[in-house]
Ligand binder design. Structure first.
Ligand SMILES: [Mg+2]
Length: 442
């Protein structure tokens, strides 16, 4: 079918139909081939290759697929002991039901909702099925959670015989047919805007944000759109009179750095649509990690920090014992409604030091403490190697070298007097409401 098709050209008046994939030759409201109104057009449509794909109301969509009689009913996934909404279908959302809302409130807003207990095993299986379909498009698939991932389709045009935009539209179509749920696609040139785009027209969305429009697109958006700007940081920015991304665009990088430290650099770059982060594919490389489930959900940074510190030390101890080091630090969080988030950061060189694992985990954690209540925290490293070249003396950062030396001294004391002989400021004397992990906890 595609062999006979003309090569798609970048022309905002052309584009294609998302239902039949037919190429369009003129600006019309409906597809020239099948009459569908779902057309994709954009001046950079065939140049862009970075995508974010997100399943629509995932858990609820899977349940509706399996129980067609619920198709037109408001469906809420959740309940159980903790009594919060995990996922609401779009019908329930229109009535005001939101994720993480207490169930009694959700039922006040939508009394005729059908409440279904989550069947995680089933959702994981469906999530894997969708992921396998993504991995058939490109090896560069970076899963963000059970139902969303980044895909880098650069250089795949020859393989697929068509540009990424068409590959993605076809993917969305196939997921509907073969899996029975829907996805939304965001297509852009960087991760930040691909993610923003996938969120723009849910459900069954297909949104494109090009390079040329990035600045103007972002200008009137709230600062909270930027990754890492949670409620607390949003308030900090508001104190300085900054509410829109456009305001950030007018500020000098140095000024932002002076006011907000390393976060200032992120604000400067992302406000201008500059995001060089690559898509890191999921690899089965082993990791060393430690995690713990709390007795009571925790939400604040201060409550989570001492636990992160203790876990970092466990991971470090295991690495040192095995003579290995890891280059990617992975933070794992499970929210009160059982959503698992993992965040990772690659370091310049592999580490086995608790201090570096902790410091990196801390940066990742800071962005996730936005009021969300968590039931589990984990930290680990992946990209393992032997520790021969780990933690090279860092001439630029004298402080980190001092810390490494200090940590070596602490390790020696611990080896001599046992693990509890030396406690750092973070785990010692801070009243943590979380249960600190046992040393053997994985
Ligand atoms: Mg989703």
């Amino acid at each position: 079918m595609f062999a006979s098709m003309p090569t798609p050209v970048n022309d905002p008046t052309q584009g294609f139909c998302r239902d039949c994939l037919g190429l369009q030759r003129a600006v019309k409201q409906r597809c020239e081939v099948c009459g569908s109104p779902r057309l994709a057009r954009h001046a950079e449509l065939y140049d862009l290759s970075l995508a974010h794909i997100d399943c629509d109301a995932f858990y609820a969509a899977v349940e509706k697929r399996d129980r067609p009689e619920l198709r037109d009913r408001p469906v809420i996934i959740g309940g159980g002991k903790r009594g919060v909404v995990s996922t609401a279908c779009y019908i329930a959302r229109i009535r005001g039901v939101r994720s993480a809302m207490p169930m009694f409130k959700a039922l006040e807003a939508c009394p005729d909702a059908v409440v279904i207990k989550p069947d995680m095993e089933k959702y994981v299986a469906v999530g894997r099925q969708v992921r396998a379909m993504m991995q058939a498009l490109t090896p560069l698939v970076e899963p963000i959670s059970i139902d969303e991932a980044f895909l880098d389709l650069a250089g795949t045009q020859k393989l697929h015989g068509r540009p990424p935009a068409l590959v993605l539209a076809d993917f969305a179509r196939r997921v509907e047919r073969e899996v029975g749920i829907t996805v939304s696609v965001g297509l852009s040139y960087c991760k930040f805007l691909a993610k923003v785009a996938s969120d723009m027209a849910k459900p069954r969305g297909f949104s494109v944000i090009g390079d040329a429009e990035a600045l103007s697109f972002l200008a009137d958006k709230p600062v909270s759109l930027i990754w890492g700007v949670g409620k607390a940081f949003e308030a900090t920015l508001a104190e300085g009179g900054i509410r829109t991304i456009g305001q950030l665009q007018t500020m000098e990088r140095n000024e932002l750095l002076r006011r907000y430290g390393t976060m200032g650099d992120r604000l400067h770059r992302l406000s201008r649509g500059q995001d060089e982060r690559q898509v890191h594919p999921e690899h089965d490389a082993k990791s060393v990690s430690a995690e713990t489930t709390f007795d009571k959900d925790l939400a604040t940074f201060d409550d989570l920090v001492p636990i992160l510190r203790a876990l970092s030390e466990q991971v470090s101890a295991r690495l040192k014992k095995s003579g290995i080091a890891g280059r990617t630090v992975v933070l794992k969080l499970k929210s009160a409604d059982f959503r698992i988030k993992t965040r990772n950061r690659q370091l310049a060189d592999a580490t086995r030091l608790a201090d570096r694992i902790f410091a990196t985990g801390l940066e990742l954690l800071r962005r996730e403490t936005d009021g969300t209540r968590y039931r589990l925290l984990g930290i680990g490293v992946s990209d393992l190697s032997d520790d021969g070249r780990a933690d090279p003396p860092d001439l630029v950062d004298v402080q980190s070298r001092k810390r490494a030396l200090a940590e070596g001294a602490v390790d020696q004391l611990r080896a001599k007097f046992g693990g509890k002989a030396v406690e750092t400021g973070y785990t010692f004397g801070r009243g943590s409401r979380g249960r600190l992990p046992r040393p053997d906890e994985e």
